[in-house]
Design a protein around this ligand. Sequence first.
Ligand code: AMP
Ligand code: GLY
Length: 420
Amino acid sequence: MKVLVVGGGGREHAIIKKIKENKAVTEIFALPGNGGIAKDATCVDIGAKDIEKITEFAVSNKIDFAVVAPDDPLVLGAVDSLQNAGIRTFGPNKAAAIIEGSKVFSKNLMKKYNIPTAEYEVFDDMQKALEYLETAPIPTVIKADGLALGKGVIIAETREDAKNAVISMMQDKVFGDSGNNVVIEEFLEGPEVSVLSFTDGKTVVPMISSMDHKRALDGDNGLNTGGMGTVAPNPYYTPEIAKECMEKIFIPTINAMNAEGRSFSGCLYFGLMLTKNGPKVIEYNCRFGDPETQVVLPLLESDLLDIMQHIYDKTLDKAEVKFSDKHACCVVMASNGYPSKYESGFEITMPEDKNIYVAGAKIEDGILKTAGGRVLGVTEVAATLEDAIKASYETVKTVKFENAFYRKDIGKKALAAEVK
Ligand code: AMP
Ligand code: GLY
């Protein structure tokens, strides 16, 4: 069986390694993949957003199954294009991917179907947004409507900061058209949980929960990043909370998308905050999280490709989805300076036999070199969270590249929560 995976980050590397476990798979193509993924798949130099070329490649290479992993191609309709060309493809179509592609859409969906989320207002007029901010409760949260490389959310601690955020999005267009509309929402507090789920639009099967570490520096300081590390499961996500989320959030969301004629098939990511008034949705993503996938998939005991095929066939209820009762920790190693300016082009050496998921690397003259902010993620699985964290940091010590930077406290908060 020939499989194609669209994307080229740590998440795609984790998906590819898992798909490779299926014995029927003869070849995996990554479009575009990266220098590290090249060990596990044939990388083809076609960009993840180049839908036409992706589709042509899939057809001419007689791909049996395709997986579209990143948000951009999903929101642009890559799944529609592949499926229209007769390729069996995992992922939501364009109509459903809007759940991530437009925050205005997702907030209005939650309001219409009573799905718990932060209170909010939508603005398409900057003056009105600025007027509203004169009296809005502070801190407040400003979100650009569209995709913004994970940077479109600003938590404003002062009225001044809030106004500046609105001006930068709506007037200066720092996120381009993504800032034509903004959402201004209530600031929520509580532990955050990521729950990725498999769904075929009829059945929803949550995967093991996880915890991301979004800030660049230890102690949750510094700038927001794409994610500096993850652990799974998330100790705050108790079976009682999981049940409540299933009843009040997961099933209602699937039903709401069906009612809107936008049935969601693929991986639906629920970014949740466990507030004192119950769990609330912070964001939906129409895809696997990064670096959540790097801890969730190593704990999946069932066959990922089999689950994905069941989802395509709308028979998820017949698939086996089983997770190990172990713990996983992923420490992201980045280029010093990320998420701002950083240097790259440094040789990477790392052990061969470990769960290392490469994100920002290229092969030059036969040598693997750094080529991005987040370079790779080191995952270890163990019987306890404490051991998984220790093992990850031990392996991190064996990975070498100049200017390497990583947080030293991945999992610390989770460990403290476990002891309580
Ligand atoms: P996002 O880019 O949507 O993942 O948001 C980035 C981060 O901003 C989230 O992980 C939260 O930590 C934070 N955030 C987003 N919305 C809110 C909110 N309403 N209240 C508090 N924090 C928020
Ligand atoms: N780790 C957060 C995300 O994938 O959006």
